[in-house]
Design a protein around this ligand. Structure first.
Ligand code: GDP
Ligand code: IMO
Ligand code: MG
Length: 434
């Protein structure tokens, strides 16, 4: 069995983001015709390493580095036009072809405006220490809030109607200026004329990429083209199912809603998880290792944010949280990333339950207070010593590494398809039988 037999596939993160989705999408994309990003926006940072080149992709789907692949930013994503055009330009400067033949953006996606980015920063600054989310400051929360609130959300299709856009921006600026003044005592005001001119110019530049994404995607599916749905963030950051309120504002687990395709459009779901856990930003993280173990993982794994450069919080693999994510997402296969990062540790711990008060629970609690209180119940597994970055076959991995992967697979009741032993494309072990 080869990758192409997975059929249309959704690649999504099963932890708090940064699982290595970019590497997995890039690795698989040779078997696909289309890559569709269905949620999130400039908060994402997906790394693809090709030989000595490292690309950090934010809004642009991770299929752009392969010729002949159509990349779609679907309706569930939010688009920051200034950042997207900057990203397109910097990719072009590095020799990546990007035009309407290989990149399309949904005319229904919501736009990020300067007031969204500003509110993200001001609201975080004004929040009490315990209430700060630790966002990426990309305006994601305020933009999705305006989308759900319906009164102030402005979509890509509106960039093509100058008179209507001007009116909408005028009204929105008046409201936002009043709000910022009253709530945040902010003197800075947004200039509706300048912003309208700026966004009309963005519209001209983005016009070749705009499309009815559901028509394009469903049309390609009907033609038998193979589609890979690229998730952003991770299941534990999902606005409905994650560690609310320490989540992002989109539905990271629901590719069908975001892409505008039926749920039956994906034949496989590839759940991506690191062999340990990381998190950026605030929020509960029961298996966090603030001391030496966390430092070793951070340094060996290069655990610094792709988008913000922040050091990532690091800890042991949490099988309670990840099994919960797997229940929500239903992965048919797993990709276990960063196995190499754990080499050299004498023993490894995997959290298999939480002690909360006097009880041991195996289910992931809803409220962050319980999660903050949760003490992990660990199983300890033996580590391995040698480097494994050159290993390409499962049978050649040290016994302890194989046992560790098998243990995770059993806890999540899901077969492992990919084991990643380094950032490069070829530092990968494929388990074809799974
Ligand atoms: P994404 O947001 O899920 O695409 O993940 P990020 O790109 O934000 O973070 C993953 C980081 O780990 C990137 O720097 C990758 O180059 C790197 N990476 C991916 N897989 C592996 C692996 O198996 N081993 C090591 N050492 N690094 C990896
Ligand atoms: P990728 O796609 C890791 C986190 C932020 C913060 C919370 C809310 O690279 O895996 P937001 O800016 O979305 O309002 O921030 O979510 N976060 C991510 N963490 N990887 C990401 O994306 C993330 N996108 C958002 O750090 O805790
Ligand atoms: Mg990332």
């Amino acid at each position: 069995m080869r990758h192409k037999d997975l059929g249309n596939t959704c690649v999504l993160g099963l932890q708090w983001g940064d699982e290595g989705k970019g590497k997995v999408v890039d690795l698989l994309v040779e078997h696909f015709d289309v890559v569709a990003r269905y949620a999130g926006g400039a908060n994402a940072g997906h790394t693809v390493v090709i030989d000595s080149d490292r690309f950090a992709l934010h809004q642009v789907p991770s299929g752009v580095l392969r010729e002949g692949v159509m990349n779609i930013i679907a309706s569930g994503a939010v688009i920051d036009p200034a950042a997207l055009l900057g990203e397109i330009e910097s990719l072009r400067q590095r020799g990546v072809r990007l035009d309407g033949d290989n990149l399309r953006i949904s005319d229904r996606a919501h736009l990020v405006f300067p007031w969204h980015r500003r509110e993200d920063v001001i609201a975080e600054g004004a929040a009490r220490a315990g209430d700060k989310i630790g966002t990426t400051a990309r305006g994601i929360g305020p933009c999705y809030a305006d989308k759900a609130g319906r009164r102030w959300g402005i979509r890509v299709c509106e960039l093509c109607r100058p008179a209507g856009l001007r009116e909408r921006i005028l009204a929105t600026c008046a409201y936002k200026n009043a709000l910022f003044r009253a709530v945040y005592e902010c003197r800075e005001t947004f200039d509706a004329n300048a912003i309208t001119a700026e966004y009309l110019a963005f519209g001209e530049q983005l016009r070749p990429f705009m499309c009815d994404a559901t028509a394009v995607l469903n049309g390609l599916i009907r033609q038998g083209k193979r589609v890979l749905f690229e998730g952003a963030q991770g299941a534990l950051l999902d606005v409905d199912h994650g560690t609310y309120p320490f989540v992002t504002s989109s539905s990271t687990t629901n590719f069908a809603a975001g892409a505008g395709v039926p749920a039956s459009a994906a034949n496989s779901i590839l759940g991506v998880a690191k062999a340990y856990t990381t998190r950026v930003g605030r929020g509960p993280f029961p298996t966090e290792q603030a001391g030496e173990v966390g430092d070793i993982i951070r340094e060996r794994g290069g655990e610094y944010g792709t988008t913000t450069g922040r050091p990532r919080r690091c800890g042991w693999f949490d099988a309670v949280a990840t099994a919960y994510a797997a229940r929500v997402c239903g992965p048919t296969h797993l990709a276990i990333m960063h196995l190499d990062t754990l080499s050299g540790m004498r023993e490894l711990r995997v959290c298999v339950g939480y002690r909360i008060g006097k009880k041991i629970v195996n289910d992931f609690p809803a409220d962050v207070y319980s999660l903050e209180e949760a003490e992990p119940v660990y199983e300890t597994l033996p580590g391995w010593s040698g480097e494994i970055g050159d290993c390409r076959e499962f049978s050649k991995l040290p016994d302890e590494a194989r046992r560790y992967v098998e243990f995770i697979s059993a806890r999540l009741e899901t077969p492992v398809r990919i084991i990643s032993v380094g950032p490069a494309r070829d530092q990968t072990i494929i388990l074809e039988d799974n």
